[in-house]
Ligand binder design. Structure first.
Ligand code: HEC
Ligand code: HEC
Ligand code: HEC
Ligand code: HEC
Length: 226
């Protein structure tokens, strides 16, 4: 009886640890324990703070060249980027003048393959992720966004205006927390990294912090009428 009790307790403890570890990893379960919790995926903070890798209550970064810095604590990228281009892409005619407008610049704090992902609070990080290949996270490595889905253009100037296969921004989105495409756009207008990914893993309902399911490419069909 005693032995069974011990086995039971061991199994229960293991199950508990597993849930703890997975808690933030599942889509929509928050940032703690997720791939954006640097304590889990990189070198931990001295006090195990999670937000600290990106935000700070005091002494936040002040950079006049950035249009959005929500109490930012992470060094910004200093690269200049080559944009996506193609003969059928309509966004190039409506430039924001800043590919990294809105939250995209914040993503490139870590995904530029130049600034360390564990850098924060004025300290120096060591974990630089510079690979721009399948499964690697250096999305704009070497200042190259030409092989990535376009960002930094005015969605509303395209949808139904020059491209009738892009859904109107007022189109509903099948996500419990996001009502329309407008809510995915920076300043209700601009396409950014955060139009597809939810950095805090709160409204994501698919892996990769995505706002929609990959199956049947429902995610792409949020905006594309194909
Ligand atoms: C990996 C980096 C990262 C971490 C860690 C992080 N954030 Fe953020 N946060 C961002 C980015 C990027 C934005 C801008 C996002 C956007 O516009 O979609 C943002 C925006 C915000 C905003 C303003 C916009 C909003 O959503 O209300 C608040 C508040 C915020 N974060 C709070 C937090 C708190 C609290 C934590 C810790 C529990 C946290 N964040 C952890 C990157 C991060
Ligand atoms: C503090 C650094 C940091 C910031 C800021 C940051 N990321 Fe990340 N991100 C990471 C790291 C590190 C990983 C890889 C984690 C791992 O798998 O080891 C990652 C992984 C990801 C992934 C893959 C998740 C998965 O399930 O494999 C996506 C998508 C992503 N980030 C998007 C973004 C977007 C979009 C922004 C801005 C809105 C952003 N990140 C801001 C550090 C950051
Ligand atoms: C149009 C939607 C869209 C935009 C915009 C977008 N992504 Fe992604 N991203 C995806 C999808 C979908 C995946 C999942 C992998 C796949 O299906 O190929 C992904 C995967 C990733 C990954 C995981 C690594 C990998 O390549 O598998 C990272 C990191 C990432 N994105 C970061 C970013 C950053 C940073 C930006 C802005 C420069 C950005 N994304 C803009 C749709 C987008
Ligand atoms: C949040 C909205 C949104 C999502 C989600 C989205 N896209 Fe896009 N995408 C756009 C817009 C807007 C354009 C610019 C369309 C134009 O030029 O007329 C675009 C451009 C493109 C282009 C370039 C077209 C060209 O003419 O060169 C391709 C290809 C593309 N998207 C594929 C995808 C795929 C595949 C997915 C899913 C992984 C996806 N998109 C998800 C909004 C989105």
């Amino acid at each position: 009886m005693k032995r069974y009790m011990i086995i039971f307790l061991c199994v229960a403890a293991l199950a508990f640890t597993a849930t703890q570890v997975l808690a933030g990893a599942a889509p929509g379960t928050g940032i703690v324990g997720s791939k954006h919790d640097m304590n889990v995926v990189s070198n931990p903070d001295s006090q195990n703070r999670v937000c600290a890798f990106c935000h700070t209550p005091h002494h936040a970064l002040d950079d006049a060249s950035a249009d959005y810095l929500p109490l930012w604590s992470h060094e910004l990228t200093s690269l200049t980027y080559t944009d996506y281009s193609s003969i059928t892409f309509d966004g190039a005619g409506f430039p924001a003048g800043d590919t990294l407008t809105g939250p995209s610049r914040l993503c490139m704090s870590c995904h530029d393959g130049a600034v360390a992902v564990d850098q924060h609070y004025g300290g120096i990080g060591t974990d630089v992720r510079s690979g721009d290949s399948w499964g690697e996270i250096g999305v704009g490595a070497g200042g190259d966004l030409s092989n990535d889905h376009p960002i930094g253009f005015d969605y509303t100037a395209i949808a139904g205006v020059v491209d009738d296969e892009i859904r109107l921004a007022t189109t509903p989105v099948a996500n419990p927390s996001v009502n329309t495409i407008t809510e995915l756009l920076w300043d209700d207008q601009w396409m950014t990294c955060a139009s597809c990914h939810d950095v805090h893993n709160t409204d994501a309902n698919e892996d990769y912090f995505l706002y929609g399911p990959q199956a049947n490419s429902d995610f792409c069909l949020i905006c594309h009428d194909k």
